[in-house]
Design a protein around this ligand. Structure first.
Ligand code: M6R
Length: 610
């Protein structure tokens, strides 16, 4: 996830910027850069790779420059290279800008600006902001007014910091959706995306709210709204140590990432919808005719990414009427599947580097299939080698157990399914629009589900001595059960089996005995009655029953010893919401056992061996 730092009034800005950038490294990044306000031009350096590359490149920085901005980039638009690293400049080189977030309407805006003679030096969405501000300043605006004007024109999410050689001690900062903190004290002004970057420099700072603009100068700052009215931002007391600050105040990265899911979903959906309600999947490099020609779909992945495929299968089949097979990557590549040039193989991977999935994608290409990859890491091996790529925009995931990337994969697969259905004419545009509306309600529903974490922790405490768990579900509830069981195994080290609820009676029910915990996915799908019959079967054998239940469904709740309530949503999207209490349950059970949830034993975040 990108990080921002800016300082003005410091005797020497560069060391403050470099220290701030190193404190932002934990968020993950692929390139970094700084710009210093030095005389009539700005001095800028940016480098792909680790911070050490940037450190090696700033040796000739002008001495004792008191104002500057810095950035660590996590690529979303444009590959991670020197050109696309921030800061971005305007055409004159007098302005430098850093940006976190996604500018949804950057394409039409950059077309317009290019038509007016602006030259773009990168493939990013961010650069458009630099040229928009430049255009406005050319009409006579000062920097802050130009920023204000430009922000009225853009759609999407942003936190920005801008410097201009005409006012070399001023940083203009603004935000919408993406967080930004500002502060001023004792002759210094600071701007940052996260508290760790500011630690040690300031003890009190202010969180900008949406569409607020801060003019930060040495020792002073003014905050205004988009219309220029002065406003008071919210005060923040900075009393965290570095470790707590990196985790955003959460105990672990995993918990932080679980709570970042609404944002991950919002960002993944951002800009995917055209003004007329149709879908824009602009990274799909397969043209519409090639996609219309598809007669079979495989979704291939490992672990949690494989489960995302399993959960999305129901929507893909239902909406597109295409046959869909879901395969574990390490099996797919060796089993001689029936694949030809009309087959679409979708690889799903958080890292884009998992060797089993990467090799499966290579095989699929060799067999002549069209290969599309859904992954979270821009320019990863899979992204580079596939015919097409769709990026989830969950930001870096540090906890080994996948959480926010899983729900983002689900939503991305569902968007792709709607896209295919529209192309194939198996859904009316109205139906697609309705589904997209429901998709946009998911971040709020996930937020609501997260709000019940206190209750999930009580359920975990009640069960933490138990050694055997079963997770059961039918239809879309089945992959949710598999994912819930995997999370429990990975971080709590508790034996857990995910099973199709209807299959229990064909064998595994022999393992149910008094005290076994059975977690049932019992939200309101069309097979709820059947799930409840299976729940009754395990209850009769003494199992302790935990059910995931839609808000208000008291009759289902009555069958459970413990209820995990979730907001109701469309059946095909329910895995996105229903998985949330299961992530939390695994988390609290692991904590109750004293486990390190971020680095569970025997596991690696990215598995690059077969
Ligand atoms: O990076 P990938 O999504 O390709 O990784 C696949 C699996 O290794 C991964 O999902 C693994 O199962 C996680 N630890 C799950 O929490």
């Amino acid at each position: 996830m990108c990080g921002i730092i800016g300082v003005t009034g410091s005797g020497d800005a560069l060391p403050v910027l470099m220290e701030g950038l190193s404190r932002l490294e934990y968020r993950g990044y692929d390139s970094a850069g700084v710009a210093l306000a030095a005389g009539t031009q700005l001095w800028t350096r940016k480098r792909a790779g680790k911070l050490a590359e940037l450190v090696a490149a700033v040796g000739d920085a002008p001495a004792r420059t008191s104002c500057g901005i810095g950035h660590t980039r996590w690529a979303t638009h444009g590959r991670p290279d020197d050109r696309n690293a921030h800061p971005h400049a305007d055409c004159s080189g007098a302005l430098a800008l850093v940006h976190n977030g996604i500018i949804e309407n950057y394409l039409p805006l950059s077309d317009e600006l290019a038509g007016a003679g602006h030259h773009f030096a990168s493939d990013t969405d961010s650069e458009v902001l630099a040229h928009l501000i430049e255009a406005r300043m050319a009409e006579g605006d000062g920097l802050a007014d130009a920023v204000r004007h430009c922000l009225k024109a853009v759609k999407g999410a942003f936190a920005i910091a801008v410097v201009h050689s005409s006012e070399p001690d001023l940083i203009v900062a603004a935000r919408r959706v993406s967080p930004l903190i500002v502060g001023a004290a004792e002759g210094v002004g600071l701007v940052a995306s996260d508290i760790p970057a500011l630690l040690g420099h300031i003890s009190e700072c202010f969180a900008l709210e949406d569409d607020q603009i801060a003019e930060v100068r040495p020792g002073s700052m003014v905050v205004t709204d988009l219309d220029g009215n002065e406003v008071t931002p919210s005060r923040l007391k900075v009393d965290w140590d570095l470790e707590a600050a990196e985790k955003g105040g959460y105990e672990d990265f995993m918990l932080k990432e679980i709570h970042e899911q609404p944002k991950a979903l919002t960002d993944t959906l951002l800009g995917r919808l055209q003004p007329d309600g149709t879908l824009r999947l602009d990274e799909v490099r397969l043209d519409d005719d090639e996609l219309r020609d598809v007669d079979k779909v495989f979704v291939v992945g490992c672990g949690t990414s494989y489960y995302a495929g399993l959960a999305a299968r129901y929507a893909i089949e239902h909406w597109t009427r295409l046959p869909v097979e879901i395969d574990i990557a390490s099996e797919f590549r060796y089993r001689d599947p029936v694949v030809d040039s009309r087959t679409l193989v979708i690889g799903v991977s958080q890292s884009g580097e998992t060797i089993d999935t990467l090799q499966a994608m290579r095989e699929a290409k060799r067999w002549g299939a069209k290969v599309l990859v859904i992954c979270n890491v821009v320019d990863s091996s899979m992204a580079r080698e596939a015919d097409a790529v769709l990026y989830t925009r969950a930001g870096p995931e540090i906890g080994v157990a996948a959480t926010k990337t899983h729900v983002s994969q689900l939503v991305m697969l569902q968007l792709l399914a709607l896209h295919l259905a529209r192309l194939r004419g198996t859904m009316y545009p109205d139906e697609v629009r309705t589904m997209v509306r429901v998709l946009h309600e998911l971040p709020a529903k996930v937020e609501e589900a997260l709000g019940r974490d206190g209750h999930v922790s009580e359920v975990a405490l009640a069960c933490h001595q138990v050694r055997d768990f079963f997770y059961i579900g039918r239809h879309v509830g089945y992959p949710v059960a598999l994912e819930g069981a995997l999370k429990l195994k990975e971080i709590a080290y508790i034996r857990a089996e995910g099973y199709p609820a209807g299959e229990l009676k064909h064998g595994p029910i022999a393992l149910i005995e008094p005290g076994t915990v059975v977690v049932g996915i019992a939200t309101g799908g069309h097979l709820l009655d059947k799930v409840l019959s299976n729940v009754s079967e395990v209850r009769a054998r003494g199992a302790t029953v935990v059910l995931v239940v839609d808000d208000g469904d008291e009759s289902t709740a009555a069958l459970a010893d413990h209820v995990l309530w979730v907001p109701q949503t469309h059946e095909l999207f329910s895995p996105v919401v229903d998985v949330v209490p299961l992530q939390l349950l695994a988390y609290f059970l692991a904590k109750a056992r004293g486990n390190d949830v971020d680095k569970p034993r025997n596991l690696a975040k990215t598995v690059t061996v077969e």
